[in-house]
Design a protein around this ligand. Structure first.
Ligand code: GAL
Length: 335
């Protein structure tokens, strides 16, 4: 009898444990699936434009990581939209996400200067919002503390690394040995802090590390785009010819365009000109290995997208968000 009682008690304990573990992990607002135990959560993602090399890798990884995190108990329905580089379009997407009562939003702003408007929408709807890649101003980030976050990398670091890559070359990039580095700068989008900081810090860090002077031969806006990179550098080469020692590009996309122009002009990277970018696209990493590209800086889309998704899930679980989540850049040069 004693034995049967003990067995019954054990069976009851096991049952109650099973009861506990079958509870869905997130506590918050999801809707249980009809007849099933899974809770569903809706995530609205708006990307500044789909036609961007780096942000394509980033958004694909957001989707891949969310689907990895789907379990029998929790399902994340992720909608990713293309804002087509149009702030009005993005605003409408945010309004639609709010109307659909998504559980969290991940926003890659078209214009960082329009952050306040987006933050106001997060605040009035009570929907947490994770900004990625395009950093709102510090002032804006104080607007809805706990309900908003920025996930990104400190672009000053990437600029400094670009400057160091050139300063660390045996000749410090000064091909003609005149003590002055003559360069062309291809800028992303001047409204974007990534572009501002990379443009500024690549040069200031170069001067600090090398001890040499610099001469800017040209600086043009290329909007992160390969075709613009090619056009800008082709024009600069036509105008300044052999005086150009280094082409600094705010990203690898534009640098790949620059490389086409450099090759078309009969110049050879690593021999009579140097070229640096940022992002570490696979194609560029391969070119660095074969010596056809001087260096780049890894803009870690895997770590950034996972951090953004993890933050989104904590917000879904009702946790207060930290204001900033930072991911480090990493220098990439030939082994
Ligand atoms: C930068 C990246 C660029 C471009 C830009 C878009 O961080 O290096 O390639 O994607 O973001 O905002």
């Amino acid at each position: 009898m004693k034995k049967i009682f003990a067995l019954l008690v054990t069976a009851l304990m096991v049952l109650s444990l099973v009861g506990c573990t079958s509870e869905p992990t997130p506590e918050a607002t999801g809707t249980p699936e009809a007849g099933g135990a899974a809770k569903e959560f809706n995530v609205g993602v708006s990307i500044y434009k789909f036609d961007d090399n780096f942000m394509t890798l980033y958004r694909q990884e957001i989707e891949a990581y969310f689907s990895e995190l789907n379990t029998e108990e929790v399902k994340y329905n992720v909608t990713v939209q293309d804002a087509k580089n149009d702030m009005a379009e993005q605003s409408a997407q945010i309004d639609a996400f709010i109307a659909q009562e998504v559980d969290v939003m991940i926003i890659n702003l078209v214009q960082s200067t329009s952050a306040a408007l987006a933050i106001e929408k997060c605040e009035s709807s009570g929907i947490p919002c994770i900004f990625i890649n395009r950093e709102p101003s510090e002032e804006d980030m104080k607007l809805n503390v706990g309900n908003i976050a920025y996930v990104g990398a400190d672009a000053r670091q990437s600029g400094k690394m670009q400057g160091e890559i050139i300063a660390d070359l045996d000749n410090k990039g000064d091909l003609n040995g005149d003590g002055v580095l003559s360069y062309v700068m291809v800028v992303g989008d001047p409204e974007n802090v990534d572009a501002q900081y990379r443009t500024e810090f690549s040069i200031s860090q170069y001067i600090e590390t090398s001890g040499l002077e610099v001469e800017k031969l040209d600086e043009q806006r290329g909007d992160w785009d390969i075709v613009r990179g090619q056009e800008i550098v082709a024009a600069a080469l036509a105008q300044h010819g052999d005086s150009i020692e280094v082409v600094f590009c705010n990203n690898d996309g534009m640098a790949l365009g620059a490389l086409q122009a450099i090759t078309a002009a009969g110049r050879v990277v690593g021999e009579d000109i140097y070229l640096v970018g940022v992002d570490a696209l696979d194609e560029v990493v391969d070119l660095i290995e074969t010596g056809e590209f001087t260096g780049t800086v890894l803009n870690d889309h895997i770590a950034q997208s996972h951090t953004a998704v993890d933050a989104a899930i904590s917000a879904i679980n009702g946790e207060a968000l930290e204001t900033y989540y930072w991911v480090d850049y990493v220098k990439v040069v030939k082994d």
